[in-house]
Every structure is written in C-alpha cells, then in structure tokens.
Design a protein around this ligand. Structure first.
Ligand code: ATP
Length: 297
C-alpha cells in the first residue's frame, strides 16, 4: 500500500534533453554569473532561440538558501510570464548532464547598460518611453506576486525596434512573508535598496528602488550615488541623499524628476508604495509630449 502511495506521489519523470543533439549552437551571447547563454537553432521548435544553461553548483548554492520553502525554479517562474516587455520562455527542463535549461525567444539587440553608456540619439529620443515599458514589465511582474530582486540595466535588453525586454529571473522570489524575511543580500550592488543591504525585511519596494536608480541612470547617464566597490561603501554613501536628477537634466519635466527622486527614497515609507503609481506619472507626461510631438515617442 505504502509503495503504491509513494509511486503516485512521486513527480512525473522528466525527459532529459541532450543539448548537442537538439540544438545547433551558433555562439555564446552572454556571460552571466550563473549561466551560459547561446544563440542557437532549436531543431524541435524549428527556430532560432536563446538557450540558457544554468551552472549546477551555483544554482544549488542559491536554492539551498530557500531549503524547505518550496521556491519555484527560474524555469518554472519564467514559463508563466506573458508580457510584451518580458522575454518569452518557450520551454524549461533538465539536460542529460542534470543542468537546468531555459529556451527563450532570442532578442536581437543590445543591453540597456550599453545604451546608457553610449547616451546616443536612440537613448535621448526614446528614454521616457523605455522607462515606461520597463515599469510596465515590473508592474506585471509584481501583480503576479513576485519580487525580481535584480532590476538593473544588465538585465534589460532592447530589441531591434528599441523595445524593452526584461530578462533573468534567477533571483526571483514569491512576495510572501517567508521570502520577505531578513536574509541574504542578493542583486547588483549599485542598484540594491538600503533595506536589502542592511539585511532588513524586504518586499516589492526593493524593485521600485532599483527601477528608480535605473531610470535615473537612463536620463542622466550617471548613478544617483557614487558607484561603490563594496556593499559597505555603498551603504555608507546611502546615508547621504542622492544627487538631484534636475542638476544633470535641467530640461527634464519636473514631474519626471520628482517621480524618479521619490523612487529613490531611502525609507520605504517615503518611496512609491506601488510601481503603478510611479509609471502613471511618467505615462501622463509621455502622453502630453507625444500629443505635441508624435515623432518623439
Ligand atoms: N533571450 C535572450 N536573447 C538574447 N540574449 C540573451 C537572452 N537572455 C540572455 N541573454 C544574454 O545573456 C546574458 C546573461 O543572461 P542572464 O542575465 O539571464 O544570465 P545570468 O547568469 O542569470 O546573469 P547574471 O546573474 O550575471 O545577471 C545577458 O546579459 C544577455 O547578454
């Protein structure tokens, strides 16, 4: 009887995928810290895809932090996400070498970090629209009750039409009390909210902070605080107020400046409480500007 119970309780067997047989690998497109990503032709789906194969040891170390909490895997989360500004995941599973893999739409374009350092015409012309698209992606994500925990320009791609695609769900956790409890610092140092660096309780407002740092950088080409090498140095300058966006961008609409600066509030209660409130401000300015100058949207 017990044997039968166990048999039916066990997870269904997963068909493991032989990467070499199924995919023609064209070349590595990115060196993530947790994975390898290739541009590849998928013989099963019959198209070009991005294939992400996760490092076993690093993934196990990360998942060990959440032992007993039933945290969904990156693949399980990614496959549920359906939004025009979030990269599409077609499939996830395990390779014959026991590595977790994701098959995604291939985004032909550049990372936002590249455009920020270039500060070229595309960036200047479409900056507001891009901040709104990114905000909408995060808003969707929050409505699905997740915390991303690594919003930063490295994890945002722009496709060939300069449309935002949010990638990388490796650090995502559910927005529930267990996962909000004080714990490890994860994410990208210069974009981390003070409460995360201080190992206090965290919630979706850490993504709002990281989003505001990203928006500041998109408009100004600079971070709101001096870039730090260590979390301790970042924490020490987080005790001082951020630079004023207006000083870098004197012509930027005041409502945008105020919206971004409120997202950077060091105290969670002074920050936007929901990302939808922040993007509403950006969207109304954008609508006004597009009505005046349709070419600049
Ligand atoms: N769908 C995609 N289309 C095109 N390029 C992609 C795609 N997904 C990822 N990449 C490229 O691969 C790089 C690494 O991807 P990703 O950030 O998901 O990996 P990671 O190991 O979790 O990285 P890290 O933890 O260092 O941020 C990206 O910076 C990007 O250049």
């Amino acid at each position: 009887m017990d044997f039968l119970k166990k048999l039916f309780q066990s997870k269904p067997r997963v068909q493991k995928v032989d990467i070499g047989r199924r995919f023609e690998l064209y070349g590595r497109v990115g060196q993530g810290s947790m994975s390898k990503v290739w541009k590849a032709r998928d013989s099963k789906l019959g198209k070009i895809v991005a294939l992400k194969v996760l490092d076993i040891d690093k993934t196990n170390r990360l998942e060990a932090r959440f032992k007993g909490l039933k945290k969904p895997t990156e693949g399980e989360i990614a496959i549920t996400l359906k939004h025009p500004h979030i990269v599409k995941t077609f499939e996830h599973g395990v390779t014959t070498k026991n590595e977790a893999y994701l098959v995604m739409e291939f985004v032909e374009g550049v990372a936002l970090s590249f455009l920020i350092s270039a500060q070229n015409d595309v960036m200047k012309k479409h900056c507001l629209r891009m901040t709104i698209e990114l905000g909408e992606a995060i808003n969707y994500f929050h409505r699905q009750n997740w915390i991303h925990r690594d919003i930063c320009p490295r994890n945002i791609l722009l496709d060939e039409n300069h449309r935002i695609k949010l990638i990388d769900f490796g650090l995502v956790v559910p927005n529930t009390p267990h996962f909000q409890a004080p714990g490890n610092r994860t994410g990208t140092a210069n974009y981390m909210a003070p409460e995360l660096i201080r190992r206090q309780r965290t919630d979706q407002r850490i993504d709002i902070f990281s989003y505001a740092v990203t928006c500041f950088e998109m408009f100004a080409g600079q971070l709101p605080w001096e870039s730090g090498q260590t979390l301790e140095s970042i924490l020490s300058h987080l005790n001082s107020p951020p630079a004023d966006l207006k000083t870098y961008c004197p012509d930027l609409d005041d409502r945008i400046v105020q919206a971004v600066m409120k997202g950077l509030a060091l105290q969670t209660n002074d920050r936007w409480q929901r990302i939808s409130e922040m993007i509403e401000v950006l969207r109304s300015v954008h609508q006004e500007q597009s009505a005046k100058d349709p070419a600049n949207s």
